[in-house]
Design a binder for this molecule. Structure first.
Ligand SMILES: Cc1cc2nc3c(=O)[nH]c(=O)nc-3n(C[C@H](O)[C@H](O)[C@H](O)COP(=O)(O)OP(=O)(O)OC[C@H]3O[C@@H](n4cnc5c(N)ncnc54)[C@H](O)[C@@H]3O)c2cc1C
Length: 521
């Protein structure tokens, strides 16, 4: 009999019981011989739509042997040629690009302004305990990039843009669990990611690549409009066959430098708002409809969106059982993000709750000012910082009920945000079109998901690094900057990715394009 694909729903009690799963599959399959019936789970997700949450399972089943699964594609470096490529940034797009270059015999020289993944941790502690933000080592900068001390949610909506399966294979090859292949919403956790990042670096080095930390790229070497290298802060010049720019969405100095050297960049819409924090039990109750979550169910998560007068309002980077973290990249600014550990067992759930910022919302003509969206974003982060005590990362916050009434809060619920909160009226700090859109969006979400707009849920400002406020243009087929041969922008900072998987995928795509280009040159 040919294998078949079957979908079933099973209760949380049964999900970890292979015999019970087999029985459910057999009853859906029809009459068969239990002895010879075999199955392989292809996808596993949680379906919270009914009265009680269920796991949905898609499985390949057969009476007899199943065909071999698609072979995984681990890292496969080949002997190096004399080609060398500079990769600026050791985030997911930079490291995946470096791995792929080594599979094509091209030597990557990875330059990272921050520290190695282990040492970087000490600077994170200084941010929340002392309010000290190191501009080269923080939640966004350092080995592994912004994704490392994050949540490690490994899913993407841009699966058509590249080979998601290859990205997952490479993660597994460097220490992630096999289950990320079948989970619809795979998640690694901030405690697991650093180990994977270190394993990637070790493989890059073993295969002949080079990785330099504490190495800040200051500017670009141009020869007759062609990018041939970079200049470091200490004045050292490095040249190569091509430059892959993988500096993430927070490298404002890089955008400014590109603009100063007349390398074309463009302003890009982004989104701005707050982090919303609820007790995880409330989120479980809303999305699982149960006060006591079954131990086999992960902490409930959500992704919600609506339109308010034609403007998108949506949740962003939801962290079940997680923490709100201070993600500023320079002193004098306040920026929030979220993370969780692999078991997602912390008391609170948080997510960005943001409204679209369009180029038409900006006061400046964005054609003439490609940095207009960046400056708008930066000005708000500085305003929010200055509204506080001016020294720490203590963040302004408001109860949802007070936000909806546009009155200051005088007290707040407990929070996971370690630097602490102070009560205020966020309408005074956010642009009015953002605050008003979020208020209407919250009411809309509260109607759809009873309790989401709970009076005591906390809104904290500011969530501003949702995506890059700048795009570095590139050609569709060659992935190269249209006016600057030799420059290959990649990842979130270039405006072509949002999240770990899509950035990694873009890094792979760009490395392949670089491989084609350097071979021709
Ligand atoms: C706290 C937090 C939580 C997140 N959670 C998730 C999540 O759960 N799932 C998810 O998919 N995404 C998450 N994200 C987003 C995700 O991390 C990014 O989308 C992703 O890391 C982008 O990858 P990238 O390689 O393009 O850039 P980045 O990861 O930003 O890496 C860029 C690197 O370039 C370096 N760099 C910058 N400028 C220079 C320079 N001048 N010289 C040398 N080096 C430089 C930086 O130090 C950095 O290491 C989170 C982000 C944060 C901050």
């Amino acid at each position: 009999m040919e294998p078949k694909i079957i979908e079933i729903r099973v209760t949380p009690e049964k999900i970890n019981n292979p015999e019970a799963v087999k029985k459910s599959l057999m009853s859906k399959y029809g009459p068969c011989d239990e002895e010879t019936f075999t199955y392989r789970v292809l996808k596993r997700s949680i379906d919270g739509r009914g009265w009680e949450p269920r796991f949905s399972i898609r499985a390949e089943v057969a009476e007899g042997e199943l065909p071999e699964p698609t072979a995984s594609r681990p890292f496969n470096p080949v002997p190096l040629t004399d080609k060398k490529v500079i990769v600026v940034g050791a985030g997911p797009s930079g490291y995946f690009a470096a791995l792929r270059l080594l599979e094509m015999g091209i030597r990557p020289l990875v330059l990272e302004r921050g520290k190695d993944v282990r040492t970087r941790r000490f600077d994170l502690k200084k941010i929340y305990s002392e309010g000290h933000v190191n501009p080269n080592s923080n939640y966004c900068f350092g080995e592994g990039g912004a994704g490392t001390y994050s949540d490690g949610k490994l899913y993407t909506r841009s699966s058509k843009r590249g080979d998601v399966a290859r990205v997952l294979d490479l993660f597994i090859d460097h220490g992630a669990l096999d289950s990320i292949r079948i989970d619809a919403h795979p998640h690694l956790g901030s405690n697991v990611l650093p180990r994977i990042v270190r394993a990637m670096r070790e493989n890059i080095l073993k295969a002949g690549g080079e990785v330099r930390f504490d190495t800040h790229v200051h500017s670009f070497v141009m020869e007759e409009n062609r990018m041939t290298g970079v200049v470091l802060d200490n004045g050292e010049t490095l040249t190569a066959d091509a430059v892959i720019l993988a500096t993430g969405h927070s490298a404002r100095d890089i955008y400014r430098q590109l603009h100063a050297q007349e390398i074309r960049i463009e302003a890009k819409p982004f989104a701005l708002g707050v982090r919303i924090e609820h007790p995880q039990t409330l989120i479980d109750e809303i999305f699982y409809k149960t006060k006591t979550r079954h131990p086999n169910l992960p902490a409930a998560s959500y992704r919600i969106a609506c339109q308010v007068k034609g403007r998108g309002v949506f949740s962003f980077c939801m962290c079940p059982g997680g923490f709100v973290v201070p993600a500023a990249t320079a002193p004098g600014e306040l920026v929030l993000n979220g993370m969780s550990l692999s078991h997602q067992s912390a008391e609170y759930a948080n997510a960005g709750l943001v409204a679209e910022v369009r180029l038409a919302d900006l006061a400046k003509d964005t054609d003439a000012h490609p940095l207009a969206a960046l400056e708008f974003q930066e000005a708000i982060e500085r305003k929010i910082f200055q509204a506080g005590d001016g020294t720490t990362q203590k963040a302004p916050a408001q109860r949802v009920e007070d936000f909806l009434q546009n009155r200051p809060s005088t007290s707040l619920h407990k929070t996971s945000y370690l630097p602490g909160l102070y009560p205020t009226n966020l309408h005074d700090l956010l642009p009015s079109f953002v605050a008003e859109s979020i208020a209407e969006g919250l009411q809309n979400f509260g109607q759809k998901f009873k309790g989401f707009d709970h009076p005591d849920a906390t809104l904290i400002a500011v969530e501003s690094r949702t995506s890059s406020p700048v795009r570095i243009p590139r050609e569709r087929d060659t992935f190269m900057h249209p006016d600057t041969p030799g420059l290959f922008p990649t990842g979130e900072g270039a405006g072509y990715a949002g999240g770990i998987i899509s950035a990694a995928m873009d890094g792979l795509n760009v490395a392949e394009a670089v491989g084609r280009w350097v071979e021709k040159e």
